[in-house]
Design a protein around this ligand. Structure first.
Ligand code: ZN
Length: 150
């Protein structure tokens, strides 16, 4: 596979075209907005926390295929988890994209499709933006940028 084909795997194209949990959540208990000025990605992540469990996760915004697919997959993977499990998953995604090259851990599931961005440093920020934004929301912060936490 070429590097670009690696980057735009079928699953990423599918999530970009039909993002899951792309909606407003008026009943959310916390939310944050993130932006990645390098690419122009903007994302708003909304979470409904019930006793420390993310009972609902949704996102909105505009951005490139990588940021949208990452956000879409994130909502599906974090829904039903506790806040600390969601943070741990975020750390695993970060390690997969920024840590030493290694096989993606099984916990990340479909998110392994994002590992193609490793070869495109500018796009790592696109893939991480929704996760930074989710972490900001869980921490009670209103905003996140692609620079935080790297
Ligand atoms: Zn982007």
């Amino acid at each position: 596979m070429s590097e670009l084909a690696d980057l735009y795997q079928e699953i990423i194209l599918d999530h970009n075209k039909r993002p899951r949990n792309y909606r407003e959540m008026p009943e959310c208990t916390c939310s944050a907005e993130g932006n990645n000025p390098l690419c122009g990605d903007e994302v708003k992540v909304s979470v409904r926390l019930d006793n420390d469990t993310l009972s609902d996760v949704a996102f909105q915004g505009q951005g490139c295929a990588i940021s949208r697919a990452s956000a879409s997959m994130m909502t599906g993977k974090t829904k039903g988890r506790t806040a600390s499990e969601a943070r741990a998953l975020s750390g695993q995604v970060r390690d997969m994209l920024l840590g030493p090259e290694a096989a993606p851990p099984p916990e990340v599931g479909d998110l392994a499709a994002l590992s193609g961005v490793r070869k495109f440093p500018a796009r790592i920020k696109c893939a991480m933006l929704p996760w930074h934004t989710l972490e900001a929301a869980l921490a009670g912060q209103a905003t996140a940028t692609s620079e935080s936490g790297d």
